[in-house]
Write a protein that binds this ligand. Sequence first.
Ligand code: CTP
Length: 421
Amino acid sequence: MNGRVLLIIGGGIAAYKSLELIRLLKRKGIAVTPLLTKAGERFVTPMSAAALAGEKVHDDLFSLTDEVEMGHIELSRAADLIVVAPATADLMARAAAGLASDLATTVLLATDKPVLMAPAMNVRMWGHPATQRNLERLKADGVHFAGPEEGDMACGEHGMGRMAEPQTLLEAILDMLPGTGAENGTAAPALPEGLLSGAKVLITAGPTHEPLDAVRYIANRSSGRQGYALAEAARDLGARVVLVSGPVSLPVPEGIEIIPVETAREMLQAVRDELPADIAVFAAAVADWRVENAAAGKMKKEQGTPRLNLVPNPDILATVAGMEKGRPTIVAGFAAETDDVIDNARRKLQAKKADIIVANDVSPQQDVFGGAENTVHLITAQGVDSWPRMDKQRVAEHLMRHLARMWRDAKRSRAAEQADS
Ligand code: CTP
């Protein structure tokens, strides 16, 4: 991934998050040109932005040297995408009005590149009709928005107005950078919602139940939430989603085809029946063993204590990832680990031939089980990407976008190979 982002940092307490955004972008190989507004400079120093970006910071419309070396027109011309984070109420208002009163607004007025704004302000400022009017006007002008989000604010209030987290902004930026349809100058960038249009996504979720007899079974505590959230995220990105689900007590999500199963073997059969698929995500907590000598009727106590003969269940992920014909383009698995999270996940990636393993750190200090938040590491052949702690819903959304991009890249390189041969 490459490309260049012109990052306009406005004057808000959320500006410190933009430094983290620079770090995340650089890690993806994306060049960042920082541009600080006068107010922005009161929250982060040009020095720290420059050090992180490894580039000069621009802040002055009337800098003679800058105009000679890189004028404001050139600044926007050199970028693939302009990001405004934090986009304050003032910056939004000036941009909506078409003012060119400083370098930031001049660039915004002069550019023909896609613009992404990450608003950040007090809840009442956000809710004010003036700001909402400016928001609508900017949207009508083709500006894209990420956030704001609901939460506690620096001012001690709670509500809508927190700037989106750097990781969320990174995902939105990756969706808008060249190669996504955004590269054609004034053309509106491809909406993230359409990332999976035309794709079929197959997901397994929940536990499996392995019968001991007609009424008893072995199970585990999987709630199925992660898999269901992933299915909804894939649907929201425009995919056709088939969810092969073990027994769970979750509502059936709209617009998703559910195939209910009980056992691991039924799950495998349902998955096979649903292939081919573009992306397969194995989020189910499949029972590793089943009872070979399960009784057809109900076992009675008088018959004595039964001896259960356990035999291994098929590994659905490994079976599908190892298919020579009809393998989905992207195969993703999960790993719940308490120790040596990354090493264990790496081993699983190789052993099961998956394209990506999403490792959950479930050590007690992480408080993942039953908790609302999750710490995940994405393990691929290329390396490890560790995400900050975030709630499970958001993990699902980010993950689906990530898989969508992997799918798109794989398709693209396959097309390039075919063109070469
Ligand atoms: N999986 C599967 N079929 C199985 C077992 C696991 O499809 N019979 C998939 C799961 O859906 C998940 C991944 O494989 O994507 C988890 O692998 P597993 O080896 O079971 O790892 P853990 O559940 O983390 O357990 P352990 O480390 O104890 O092996």
